[in-house]
Unconditional design. Sequence first.
Length: 148
Amino acid sequence: MSHELWNASIILILLGGVAAAASVLLRMVSHRGLPYREQAEARVVDIVAVPREGESSLSEYHNRLAAVFEFYADGRPVKVTDPADTYPCPYHLNDRVWLSYDPEHPEHFQIFRRNKWQILSFQCKVLGTLLVLGGCAIFLFYAVRAGA
């Protein structure tokens, strides 16, 4: 009996493992520039008027619109206000953003956008999963043929 299916399944499973390892490495690279080690997905729960500070307070507009983000840190909800002085507010209610935060003081945070390394990491994870599942399917097909 030919062992081509056996060889194909082993190769696919090994390639899936390599893709999964690459996913982990790419994820570590993507976290390299973040100021804090913890990350969370936050949701915009409110947009509030906040008094401007510094030179911005001298403008004719004394308030700015700021998004209030809610996320979970160690299982407890945390609400923080966006410190950026932008006009108009770039967020809408129920928008989701990624942020990194200090686990000791969750009110210290920085918003970040998903970068190319995170996207590539996700794609490698999906590819690795598909390769391993494909390898398992081919192995099961081989086992059924070998048993017949």
